[in-house]
Design a protein around this ligand. Structure first.
Ligand SMILES: *Cc1c(COP(=O)(O)O)cnc(C)c1O
Length: 409
């Protein structure tokens, strides 16, 4: 059945009519989204409902499931508070909440793709997404083609009759290439193909994917919405065209999130705007300083004027978040690993750890061996930096120490 697509200027009816939220600032919306205290005795925060069974008052109601909540898997006041807060931010028709950011990718993929189908995935994708495509999807008879993140409208040439989904991620994981989302959406929709986007980096605060025509907006709530490195959670928000299938996919697979995790993310959302602002400013400040630092060949941050895709970034995004990469200056490939290790081992404030979006700064030597189209930078090893909420001058001193350590390798 062909999908009906909304244009990117159309916005979302549900979000517009529910409250006059569109006119308020991001922090005001974050402080009040998703929960009406009067709905639960006036308490400021939603109740944490631990539930499988929901009781029905009589046989008729039970048979017809004619009440708001019917079973824990299908939703509780806690999951509903979070989902409706995300709907307000995304402008979506509906949001599912799943136990991890990775599940927020696999669940919609499984809902859309069948044996014999084809999916287009950006080559700079979060690498566990690639692993899912190359193993489980392949085993199920779904073929994946990886495309250049800078492909733009030429994606049309890769769309086949059996292509069902174009998956985007901007900026790309570790290497931070931007994508021309409106051009890709136009090409995909012209052939009746859905577009998903892993929007974890920008969050709906800095890029409202659905307003740009994306059908399925994916966010690893583990990152900025949580903000504290203490919870795993994922959300997928759909427009009206994609919502029914997304919801069905979640219920068919039985993938739902626990109430405590939903509560923690709801709590994190309230301060996400001010945290992101700090992440944004500190990361830009450090990125600019690192561009001039000795031992750095290149800084990969789309918010910098020097970034090759800065024009697209400025056109579509309203802000940048706290994670970017630097390419160390190491002409001899034989030294890459040793330089990367020297850099990491000299850090005192930055932790060596995966994931990001929390309050603490982190560094990782990015592994880019799986790229097939978007070749990694050649000047040296790529160090991914998550800039936390610490004071930027302290962080810069730490980075200077690390760069100094690479010089002697
Ligand atoms: C971390 C991350 C995910 C997965 O989130 P988890 O909750 O760790 O499973 C998905 N996409 C991107 C871009 C990420 O950085």
């Amino acid at each position: 059945m062909p999908h009906q697509f909304k244009r990117r200027t159309s916005g979302n009816r549900m979000a517009d009519t529910a409250k006059t939220t569109e006119k308020k600032g991001a922090n005001t919306r974050l402080a009040h989204a998703g929960y009406e205290p009067r709905g639960f005795h006036g308490f400021v925060n939603p109740p944490v409902v631990h539930a499988s069974t929901v009781l029905y008052p009589d046989a008729r109601t039970m048979e017809a499931r004619d009440q708001k909540y019917t079973y824990g898997l299908r939703g509780t006041p806690t999951t509903e508070a979070l989902a409706s807060a995300i709907d307000e931010l995304e402008g979506s028709a509906g949001t599912i909440i799943v136990p991890s950011g990775l599940a927020a990718i696999t669940v919609p993929f499984l809902g859309v793709l069948s044996a014999g189908d084809h999916v287009l995935v950006v080559d700079s994708v979060y690498s566990p997404t690639r692993n899912f495509c190359d193993t489980m999807l392949k085993r199920m008879g779904v073929e994946t083609t990886y495309y250049d993140p800078r492909i733009g409208s030429s994606i049309a040439e890769l769309i086949r009759d059996n292509t069902k989904l174009v998956h985007t991620e901007a900026p790309g994981s570790n290497t931070f290439e931007m994508q021309d989302i409106p051009a890709i959406v136009d090409a995909a929709h012209a052939r009746g193909v859905l577009v998903s986007m892993d929007n974890t980096w920008a969050t709906p605060l800095y890029f409202r994917a659905l307003d740009f025509g994306v059908d399925l907006s994916i966010d690893a709530a583990t990152k900025y919405p949580s903000g504290a490195s203490d919870v795993l959670l994922g959300t997928v928000s759909a427009n009206e065209a994609a919502w029914a299938d997304l919801r069905q996919s979640q219920l068919t697979l039985g993938v739902c999130a626990g109430p405590d995790d939903c509560y923690l993310v709801m709590r994190g959302l309230r301060s996400m705007g001010v945290r992101l602002e700090r992440h944004r400013l500190s990361a830009l400040d450090l990125a600019e300083r690192l561009e001039k630092a000795e031992g750095v060949a290149r800084v990969l941050h789309p918010g910098l004027a020097s970034h090759p895709d800065h024009a697209i970034f400025k056109r579509d995004f309203s802000g940048s978040s706290g994670i970017f990469s630097i390419v160390l200056d190491a002409p001899d490939p034989e030294t890459h690993r040793a330089k990367a290790h020297a850099f990491l081992d000299a850090l005192e404030i930055f932790g060596l750890g995966y994931s990001w979006g929390g309050f603490e700064s982190l560094a990782v030597h990015a592994s880019l061996d799986d790229r097939t189209v978007a070749k990694p930078p050649e000047e040296g090893p790529v160090m991914r930096l998550q800039i936390g909420l610490e004071d930027p001058d302290d962080l810069m001193r730490d980075l200077d120490r690390a760069l100094e350590a690479t010089a002697s390798v």
